[in-house]
Ligand binder design. Structure first.
Ligand SMILES: *Cc1c(COP(=O)(O)O)cnc(C)c1O
Length: 409
């Protein structure tokens, strides 16, 4: 029997934290969602929304995607899990297919380790960098404003001091520099540094793209100094920016690439890919996870890659992204639009509170995110229709106008 649907009377929106069964690490939830299909969501009361956030760039093939659902259903009736003492055919093939994707993107042969989240992909990268560098050469340099996850190592790599503060002391061996400043990076990369870790577009940091030429300069410096270049593509990877990986816009070849979010279309999975000669520093016993490449999840990864290839997801993200970007730029009170493909940040005119715009959009049936005080982030499914883009931008423009009017009163 299926789980009982939750009574909407049990929803604690008004009651706040005390009535909530979750630890209070998120704010009291604003909406209880019950169902989704493609770009649409319905809440527990039956109200319809357009989902222009996709979790956080997670459900890139839309909700209840039949290809993903079929993989889950059939694999769950075949084989869920065996330990990593053995292989399972789904994980093996998922790794082969992901390696092929990365080889197309980098021209390099490599190998993959599956984990369960973006933070875990970052943890694996930190351990890979430390093993690569050796004792005394273990430091990882990342950018201010970056986001790499919430586990202790990934948090230490995250360049947001406010997020560190309640949990001090942080693990040793992390250094942060201004994003986009090659001089600052160069000064930070001394003989104690094993790796540089960067996002091609800072997602949680406000949809901030790397400036032109920056990543190419970073790559040159890393090569000169024998330091690894690791790209965190947890948010930007899997076609989101109009190419399979964000680094491809910059003509660079990273040593390792981190993935999660859209890789499972909502099923928890992460991965680190490393060039063969870099990954070869790991030996049996150095790393692991009970659920690494579990058959159920690996079958979904395969379905996601195959479906994204079939629909040419990078081209959809490029074309629909340009269309959405043009429409957003034409909204009065949007001063600029940042990002690439279908990962976009609309910068609001001075004095407009993005949090109020987010709430007004939600009230009108549009899910977006106030990524910082002045920016609304949008990340719709890569296969979103133009009709849904038109509808979403109309809702956004209306909500924005209402907030502006209310602020002026
Ligand atoms: C979301 C995100 C992470 C963390 O992923 P989790 O699955 O939440 O652990 C890491 N890096 C980047 C760039 C992200 O956007």
């Amino acid at each position: 029997m299926a789980n009982e649907p939750m009574s909407k009377h049990a929803f604690p929106e008004a009651a706040g934290f005390d009535a909530c069964p979750f630890l209070p690490v998120f704010g009291p939830p604003a909406v209880m969602f019950a169902r989704g299909s493609g770009t649409e969501l319905w809440d527990a009361s039956g109200k319809r929304y357009l989902d222009f956030l996709c979790g956080l760039a997670v459900t890139s093939l839309g909700h209840a995607n039949p290809v993903v659902a079929d993989a889950l259903c059939s694999q769950s009736q075949t084989l869920l899990h065996v330990s990593n003492f053995f292989a399972n055919d789904q994980a093996w093939n998922a790794a082969v297919e992901l390696n092929a994707l990365l080889e197309e993107a980098t021209g390099c042969k490599g190998q993959v380790f599956f984990c369960n989240s973006g933070a875990e992909a970052n943890e694996a990268a930190i351990k890979l960098a430390r093993k690569f560098g050796g004792r005394g050469r273990h430091v990882m340099v990342s950018a201010l404003g970056s986001f790499h996850g919430r586990t202790l190592g990934a948090l230490a790599a995250t360049g947001q001091p406010a997020k560190h503060e309640p949990f001090q002391p942080m693990p040793e061996g992390f250094r942060h520099v201004t994003f986009g400043d090659i001089e600052a990076l160069s000064a930070a990369v001394d003989s104690s540094v094993a790796a540089v870790l960067l996002e091609p577009i800072q997602g949680e940091g406000g949809v901030i793209p790397a400036p032109d030429g920056y990543l190419a300069a970073v790559e040159r410096m890393c090569r000169e100094r024998g330091v690894l270049l690791i790209m965190d593509e947890v948010q930007t990877g899997m076609a989101r920016t109009g190419k399979w990986f964000g680094f491809q816009h910059h003509g660079i070849t990273p040593d390792a690439v981190l993935m999660a979010k859209a890789l499972g279309n909502g099923v928890p999975v992460g991965a680190i890919w490393a060039k063969r000669e870099v990954g070869a520093v790991f030996s049996p016993g150095d790393h692991g996870s009970t659920y690494s490449g579990t058959a159920l999840v690996a079958s979904v990864v395969r379905a996601v890659i195959a479906e994204m290839r079939r629909i040419d997801a990078p081209k959809l993200a490029t074309d629909t992204g340009a269309y959405l970007r043009g429409k957003l730029a034409a909204v009065p009170a949007v001063v600029s639009v940042r990002g690439a493909g279908l990962l976009l940040g609309a910068e609001l005119a001075t004095g407009i509170d993005s949090g109020a715009v987010y709430k007004a959009c939600l009230a009108d049936g549009l899910v977006v995110n106030a990524v910082n005080a002045t920016t609304i982030r949008m990340a719709p499914p890569l296969n979103v229709s133009r009709e849904h883009v038109d509808e979403a931008v109309a809702v956004f423009a209306g909500a924005l106008a209402r907030v502006q009017k209310e602020a002026a009163q």
